[in-house]
Design a binder for this molecule. Structure first.
Ligand SMILES: *[C@@H]1O[C@H](CO)[C@@H](O)[C@H](O)[C@H]1NC(C)=O
Ligand SMILES: *[C@@H]1O[C@H](CO)[C@@H](O)[C@H](O)[C@H]1NC(C)=O
Ligand SMILES: [Cu+2]
Length: 664
């Protein structure tokens, strides 16, 4: 009982609503509920007790739930008043320079180790926030480093550091130590440190020993002026951009969603909402109520980010290694920032805290880690004006009110705003908005006319180059369209010639292809195609297969050569679409251990098994991408750039599911 209580999220909602919630009959905890602080404590102390006389550091890199098996989860969801499933946690620690994986049982509120395994492959777990801080501190206190800074006439107390993962460039496994580089920036007259890098000096820190292993003082770079780099309103003088008058989002009767534990009901949707230190928000066991069939129908078993790959395109000595895998290396969840009410989310939003394990195993609270709100932005759900009927004017309009779940992850200089949006028509829309600060590289050039060589980007300010890079984001989408057995169909739009019996010479029509195997599902569409996930065993009343369609997001094409190391690790961008048969342990498009990993367990390798995907429980992986050639408008901070994709019901319903909807 304690565990069930602890599993309640701490969210801030009006007292009145809290009162209403408590009057709803209780429900046992959902199998995907994130670990509560108490559970984290139990799990990590159980693991710690295995390492009693450890000589070196014991650091926790991942602590999260171990997913129960899918059939058990589905039968619990079908009957949520049944007893909770046994809780287990999955844990990754570093100890004695080894990566240990544990599964810990939480049965009866006590921790016990179910399995223990030393990972022998290449690559390392996600960096902890604490070890990044330590690596910076070790560097800043290193006397030869201080001398190097002083030699440049800079003030050590104005130097800040940031940790950069260094990828993998063909070294043997025995040579790929768990090391990072620390790079330095100058905060002397601006908070926008990313545009004031101290180039030509870097340290290398071994994270397992937490020692500085190398100081490189290569050259003295120019320091761009701090002028115009500030972005805090309090530091700016008029004129300001024309103000708009206040806009209020006002829901006089409160939100129309109900949150029980981590389970959410809103309009016709029911789903589970969780948060994970590696991937951030996880939406699972989502179903939609069909008013015609008068039942909930399954849509999504689990959806989350799988990986985010950001290769910079400057191959020179001090930049070549910047090829980040943000989820696996830095943690999209543990790097989530506290959302600011009224600004990061509108005034009608409800905020949720999340918990993850700190490096030492103690629970760390991430306040306002994600928010949920109903969005009405003046859009229309459907409408028609009918003027053709004499003497009658018909106008029917429905407002589009949707539900948004938002989290924001900040990895160093970059901010990723990650939204899930559920619509009453059944559409699920996922979007990524990029903002934050570009990573500036210093140069002696002050004007574009002086530039006579390759600079791998654009001169965005005097002495500052914005370096070209990409953002590739792979989503893991275990769709269960009206049941588990699904198929992937490519509906190709083809041109046809007519037989000449009318003046028309051509038309297009649809040629459907059932995809049978994993390798055939991989796709980078170059011709018009509709991508359907269907349930071949369920048909509409008129006989169409029920399904959902992927309306793909922005597609970017990998431009690195196939044999380039970042491309091997980041092969998740080789295709926009991948489909695999469901396997609980296959979730990571870039591999499980990506820091310094060799890219040998990516989605490329997973799909090489070329398994059957026809009429099976399948998973859709969708990679969206942004090529980013910086522009001056993005200096000194970038206006948001948004991209996303939709999953849209396609013959899922027998007719418009929101036909019988009244506008609120
Ligand atoms: C360095 O910065 C500190 C803190 O801002 C300041 O107190 C100190 O006077 C500075 N030293 C020099 C040499 O500018
Ligand atoms: C699931 O995937 C893992 C790793 O690819 C593999 O070892 C395991 O055998 C797979 N399980 C099933 C049931 O296919
Ligand atoms: Cu970018």
């Amino acid at each position: 009982m304690t565990l069930i209580l602890m599993a309640m999220p701490i969210f801030k909602i009006p007292i009145l609503l809290l009162f209403l919630l408590t009057s709803i009959p209780s429900i046992s905890s959902h199998p995907f509920d994130p670990l509560s602080p108490l559970e984290i404590q139990i799990v990590t102390s159980t693991v710690k007790s295995k390492f009693t006389n450890i000589a070196q550091r014991l650091t926790f890199h991942y602590v999260g739930i171990e997913d129960p098996n899918k059939p058990a989860v589905l039968s619990w969801v079908a009957n949520p008043r049944s007893p909770p499933l046994p809780r287990q946690a999955f844990v990754v620690v570093r100890a004695n320079k080894q990566t240990h994986e544990f599964i810990v049982s939480l049965a009866n509120g006590k921790g016990s180790i179910v399995s223990e395994h030393v990972y022998q492959g290449n690559g390392y777990p996600t960096l902890t926030l604490e070890e990044q801080e330590e690596a910076i501190e070790v560097s800043l206190k290193h006397q030869p480093f201080i001398s190097s800074i002083e030699k440049r006439g800079l003030n050590i107390s104005d130097v800040v550091g940031s940790v950069f993962s260094i990828g993998w460039f063909g070294e043997a496994q025995s040579e790929t130590k768990r090391i990072v580089k620390v790079l330095f920036f100058y905060k002397e007259s601006t908070v926008n440190v990313w545009l004031r890098p101290i180039e030509g000096i870097e340290t290398t820190v071994d994270l397992d020993d937490m020692v500085l292993t190398e100081l490189k003082d290569i050259h003295v770079s120019v320091m761009p002026s701090s002028e115009g780099t500030e972005y805090q309103a309090s530091t700016m003088r008029p004129p300001f951009v024309a103000e708009t008058k206040p806009i209020l989002v006002n829901q006089p009767h409160g939100p129309s969603f109900v949150v029980r534990g981590h389970t959410v009901s809103w309009a016709n949707w029911d789903f589970h909402l969780s948060f994970d230190m590696r991937v951030g928000v996880v939406i699972s066991t989502a179903s939609i109520y069909d008013i015609d069939q008068q039942k909930n129908r399954q849509v999504l078993y689990r959806g989350q980010i799988s990986e985010l790959f950001v290769p910079y395109q400057d191959p020179t000595e001090e930049w070549y290694y910047r090829t980040f895998m943000d989820a696996g290396e830095f943690g999209m969840g543990s790097s989530a920032v506290a959302l600011e009410p009224h600004h990061d989310c509108p005034s009608n939003a409800v905020f949720f805290d999340a918990f993850h394990a700190g490096q030492d195993g103690t629970p760390v609270k991430l306040e306002n880690a994600y928010c949920m709100f109903e969005k009405y932005a003046g859009d229309i759900a459907w409408r028609h004006t009918e003027a053709v009927i004499p003497g009658k004017l018909i106008r029917e309009v429905r407002r589009e009110v949707s539900l948004v779940i938002r989290t924001i992850t900040v990895i160093g200089n970059y901010d990723y705003i990650l939204d899930w949006e559920l619509k009453k028509c059944g559409t699920i829309k996922l979007s990524v908005s990029l903002t934050g600060i570009m990573e500036g590289k210093t140069t002696t050039y002050k004007h574009e006319s002086e530039v006579k060589e390759e600079i791998y980007g654009l001169l965005v300010a005097p002495n500052t180059i914005g370096i070209n890079h990409d953002h590739f984001i792979t989503y893991y989408l275990d769709l269960d369209i009206d049941g588990q057995e699904n198929s992937f169909h490519k509906l190709k739009l083809k041109s046809f010639k007519t037989d000449g019996s009318t003046p028309r010479k051509s038309y297009w029509s649809v040629v459907s292809e059932e995809v049978k195997k994993e390798l055939d599902a991989r796709l980078r569409p170059t011709e018009p195609v509709e991508l359907h996930i269907v349930n071949p065993n369920k048909k509409t009343a008129v006989g169409n297969k029920v399904g959902y369609r992927l309306i793909p997001g922005p597609m970017a094409i990998p431009l690195l050569s196939e044999d380039d190391y970042p491309q091997i690790r980041g092969s998740l961008c080789d295709y926009d679409i991948w489909v695999t048969p469901f396997n609980k342990s296959e979730k990571w498009a870039g591999g499980m251990y990506v820091d310094r990993g060799h890219g040998d367990k990516t989605i490329t390798h997973i799909t090489q098994q070329n398994r059957d995907i026809n009429n099976k429980d399948i998973v859709l992986w969708h990679t969206i991408g942004f090529h980013h050639h910086p522009s001056q408008d993005e200096f000194p901070i970038m206006p948001t750039l948004t991209g996303g994709f939709e999953l849209r019901p396609t013959n899922f319903f027998d007719r418009n599911p929101i036909l019988k909807m009244r506008s609120p």
